[in-house]
Design a protein around this ligand. Structure first.
Ligand SMILES: [Zn+2]
Length: 385
């Protein structure tokens, strides 16, 4: 019993020290002792263990207030590599990152048809290619994270993808695990994006955020006290299907007047596509930048509808920050103003200013970086739990 307790204490100390070195390196042993309150011999022995495991290394010498200059410890971000993949409605975005989330390699593949069965081979060959080009490292590939725009349950099974033809009998997690022999994590796309922004992006300095992914549909990722809130079954955040017009358009989910029928990219583009006038989001962005009056009016309405749903989100969660991920909102600044106007016209003045409304700083890589960070966290936790 005493031995078990000692083991636990050692692991906990190692976790505290590794976290400090990851966040604050280069750092000296003396400074680690000061910050963590652990005595110098404990720090020294745990640091030696982490060096033996190739997770940290020593570099030159740091600043000293006098006497011998201390050796500095650095987190070995190249001890291994992680793959993050964002399976979208019509594309796959894949990245290879180091253990600090720096993108080392990236790949993007347009999909011919939104069908997972047909694109399974595309997915596997992208992973193989990233592995082939991966730099040498002590731990090699530490895991693969994937996200999909759909419902993912707590067992990481994909349950429903409204905009992709998915074979629900296919166990994607097992398939990728068996093929590549590393831990695999599957996450909802908005959850992954929220996590990416929290760890590496716009939400780095906030503990309570809502990430709003506006694409073909709308999904939100909820971070409460630094952790993802997934709901009992993993289905939390389906705000795209909140009714904003009770007599409104019929939605494929069975409801009427859902938010995403008015404020998604699909809702924005479909009327233009049916006239054959405009076929891509990039054309909308180009016309907005040329001050095309009709497009500016359309985008003002887009911001108005986004603001309606966002007001409900603010009323529900009272977050520190809302992060919006959308190509058009990121490219055309007036849309964010329309969103702000829409929110403030529907909220109490004090309430309307209680949050930060921010754009995604990771852009299209947010979900892939989020899945990669989940892999990295799992990897680092293995040494300290
Ligand atoms: Zn709906």
């Amino acid at each position: 019993m005493i031995i078990a307790d000692q083991m636990l204490v050692k692991k906990m100390n190692q976790k505290v020290l590794l976290n400090e070195i990851v966040s604050n390196s280069p750092i000296s042993r003396a400074r680690l002792s000061e910050i963590t309150g652990l005595n110098k011999s404990t720090v020294s022995s745990q640091v030696n263990t982490l060096i033996e495991k190739n997770l940290i290394f020593e570099i030159g010498q740091g600043q000293s207030s006098g006497g011998r200059k201390p050796v500095m410890l650095v987190f070995n971000k190249n001890a291994g590599y992680s793959i993050g993949l964002d399976i979208g409605v019509d594309s796959i975005n894949g990245i290879l990152t180091d253990l600090k989330g720096n993108i080392v390699l990236d790949q993007y593949q347009q999909l011919e048809k939104p069908s997972l069965d047909k694109n399974k081979d595309v997915l596997c060959s992208m992973i193989k290619d990233l592995i082939k080009k991966m730099p040498d490292s002590p731990y090699g590939l530490i895991g693969i994270g994937l996200c999909v725009p759909g419902l993912v349950n707590t067992e990481q099974q994909v349950m429903f993808t409204p905009n992709i033809d998915w074979n629900y009998n296919l166990d994607l997690k097992s398939l990728i695990e068996q093929e590549f022999k590393v831990p695999v994590f599957i996450e909802n796309e908005a959850n992954a994006g929220a996590y990416g922004e929290r760890v590496f992006g716009s939400a780095k300095n906030y503990e309570n955020i809502i990430y709003v992914s506006v694409g073909t549909g709308i999904g939100i990722g909820i971070v409460i006290n630094n952790d993802l809130y997934r709901g009992v079954n993993g289905f939390a955040g389906e705000m795209g299907h909140v009714t904003i017009d009770f007599n409104g358009l019929k939605c494929s989910c069975g409801n009427r007047g859902c938010w995403e029928l008015y404020a998604s990219e699909k809702a924005l583009l479909t009327p233009y596509q049916s006239n054959g006038n405009i076929t891509s989001y990039q054309e909308i962005i180009n016309l907005a930048n040329q001050n095309d009056p009709e497009i500016l009016m359309t985008l003002q309405n887009f911001g108005f509808y986004l603001g309606i749903g966002l007001t409900s989100i603010l009323n529900t969660f009272n977050p520190q920050a809302v992060i919006i991920r959308n190509d058009i909102v990121e490219a055309v600044p007036m849309v964010l103003n329309s969103i702000r106007n829409s929110i403030s016209s529907r909220s109490n003045e004090k309430f309307a200013n209680s949050h930060e409304l921010l754009l995604s700083s990771l852009g299209k890589n947010a979900p892939a970086l989020g899945t990669s960070s989940l892999v990295i966290e799992h990897f680092l936790a293995m040494f300290t739990s």
